[in-house]
Design a protein around this ligand. Sequence first.
Ligand code: 3PG
Length: 306
Amino acid sequence: MKILLATQKPFAAAAVKGITDILEAAGHEVVKLEKYAEQQDLVAAVADAEALIIRSDKVTAEVLDAAPKLKIVVRAGAGYDNVDLEAATAHGVVVMNTPGQNSNAVAELALGLMIFMARTHFTPATGSELQGKRLGVQAYGNVGRLVGQKARALGMEISALDPFLTDEQIVAGGAAPVHSVEELYANSDYLSIHIPALPSTIKSIGYDLIMRMPKGATLVNTARKEVIDEEGLFRALSEREDLKYVTDVMPDNYDRLTKNFGYRVFATPKKMGAQTSEANVNAGLAAARQIVDFFATGNRKFQVNK
Ligand code: 3PG
């Protein structure tokens, strides 16, 4: 089978080698499209692909229309909001993710961003410490749980909201369960977002919620920019000089935010949460193995468009 590895933000070399070795050992052919400039480059490259490995690359209806031989797309990572699932299903294409494989990298970055903000962007200005502060985790899945566990080791008090988990499961994960998003925001000095971008979550974090945060609070977003209502965020930051926002997913209005709020806002230049060689190897090799298994045995364990 012809497998296309299409990554606008390429994997580390070790991951690319590992992916290639696994696929070639199973008799597949690997074609690479890395750092491509235009979406049209992906549309052209899928013409004869039978399987596709991607990261945040956009698999739109146009891409799927241009890929008549495509049988499977594996998003090497957790969030699959970049894949048009309906179009994939209509084309009979199986879509999978590789849950948990890059979670540790994202969790470490979330903690790093908190320290960066607490220590005033690593300037000599007087900062503050995470120890003793309250961390609220919005969604206690693979990443959220790791953030909670690591933050606990730093002496933070952890609470978490997750409608898919029981109180017992949240307690077992080291956090105090919270049952409403309002309560979570109201009691968190740091609020770490780990919800996916879905129609129900898009723009769900806005003015009202952010204004509930306690004095001096920091909102941390390593999830998706779409879950923030950016106008609401802007208004809250305008009215509350004590609030801060730090993110790994660049807001659309970042220039306006930094111009108005300076050091109270920070975004990484390019989403880097999962950009460690370990995460690249974990997610990339898992994607390659899932493809080998799918063609060999029909295994669809991680299919997300069921
Ligand atoms: C994910 O959903 O797995 C993360 O957002 C990482 O995305 P990336 O592979 O594009 O860095």
